[in-house]
Design a protein around this ligand. Structure first.
Ligand SMILES: [Zn+2]
Length: 74
C-alpha cells in the first residue's frame, strides 16, 4: 500500500489491458468474433480486450449488451 491510491490502481492493472477507449472501439469486432467463431479465439486474438472486460464492469456490461442484441437479431 502507498498513500497514492491511483498508483495502487495502476499497479493492479494488467499491463495487457487496453483501457476503456480502445476496448470500446473494437468491441463490435470482438463481439462478432465471439458470436461467429468462439470466445476462446476472440480472447487470444484480442487479449487486451479480454483482460479489460474482465477488469472493467461498465465495459463488460456493454459487451454483454452487444452480445444480447446481436443474438436477438441474428
Ligand atoms: Zn472499460
Amino acid at each position: 500500500m502507498t498513500d497514492w491510491p491511483e498508483l495502487d490502481g495502476f499497479l493492479a492493472t494488467d499491463p495487457r489491458d487496453v483501457g476503456c477507449e480502445q476496448a470500446l472501439q473494437i468491441l463490435h469486432v470482438y463481439v462478432d468474433m465471439v458470436l461467429d467463431l468462439d470466445p476462446g479465439l476472440a480472447a487470444r486474438r484480442y487479449p487486451g480486450v479480454a483482460v479489460h472486460l474482465a477488469a472493467c464492469g461498465p465495459c463488460d456490461d456493454d459487451f454483454h449488451g452487444l452480445l444480447a442484441a446481436a443474438g436477438a437479431t441474428s
